[in-house]
Write a protein that binds this ligand. Structure first.
Ligand code: SF4
Length: 217
């Protein structure tokens, strides 16, 4: 009897430095899956909306292993839009990698291997996709997971500040505020955070300062 081999549509696999969140600066292999049901105003990955090539999960795991790099980030697009992403995450964890998942918070995270660190990009009004947030999923995050807000302007900042005051997040979940590249000056966001004494971490997208906004870096 044939057993269907799980496959995924992949835009690119490459090694770079992690540009964001708690592991910023570490060499990391990125697996960028194809497709996203959202259309954020600031999207820097629109080239992953379509195209890509189909690969077996086994082949993806082998390609990642060939880099010899412990950290792996599964990203997109919206990686969870392909249901076989769950199998890939599990296989990468089984292979001994430290696996993170960049997801929009607009597609259910149920079934994600608990060893995976989920980096949830909460969609602010400035993204144009605020209505897509699955708020019910946020209290079920694990302490090692992270929330990220890409802030476009002062209105986004105030909206995010009020949301985190209302959210009942599990203890340990860190919150990152990131200025939208070329739309908000990092120093301005830093001043707002300090003026309010907000318990969030400022992050800049390291890879964009190193190499600009280019695919595969
Ligand atoms: S969720 Fe991510 S990949 Fe999808 S449109 Fe928004 S920024 Fe782009």
């Amino acid at each position: 009897m044939d057993v269907a081999v799980p496959r995924l549509r992949v835009t690119e696999i490459f090694r770079s430095l992690q540009g964001e969140a708690d592991t910023a600066g570490w060499p990391t292999v990125f697996v960028r899956l194809t497709g996203c049901p959202l259309r954020c105003t600031y999207c820097d990955s629109a080239y992953a909306f379509s195209g890509g090539e189909w690969h077996d999960v086994d082949a993806i795991v082998s390609t990642v292993a060939a880099y010899g790099t412990p950290r792996v980030c599964v990203t997109g697009g919206e990686p969870l839009a392909q249901k076989n992403c769950l199998a890939l995450l599990e296989r990468l964890c089984d292979a001994g990698h430290r696996v993170s998942l960049e997801t929009s918070g607009a597609v259910t995270m149920r079934g994600v291997d608990p060893r995976v660190v989920k980096v949830v990009d909460v969609k602010t009004p400035g993204s144009g996709e605020e209505s897509r947030i699955l708020y019910d999923e946020l209290p079920r995050l694990q302490p090692h997971d992270l929330l990220k807000f890409v802030i476009v302007d002062r209105g986004d900042y105030e909206w995010s500040r009020e949301l985190i005051r209302r959210l009942a997040l599990p203890g340990g979940v860190e919150i990152y505020f990131s200025p939208s590249h070329e739309r908000l000056a990092p120093g301005e966001l830093a001043d707002w955070i300090l003026a309010d004494g907000l318990g969030v971490r400022l992050q800049v997208q390291l890879h964009k300062y190193l190499w600009g906004n280019v695919p595969g870096r």
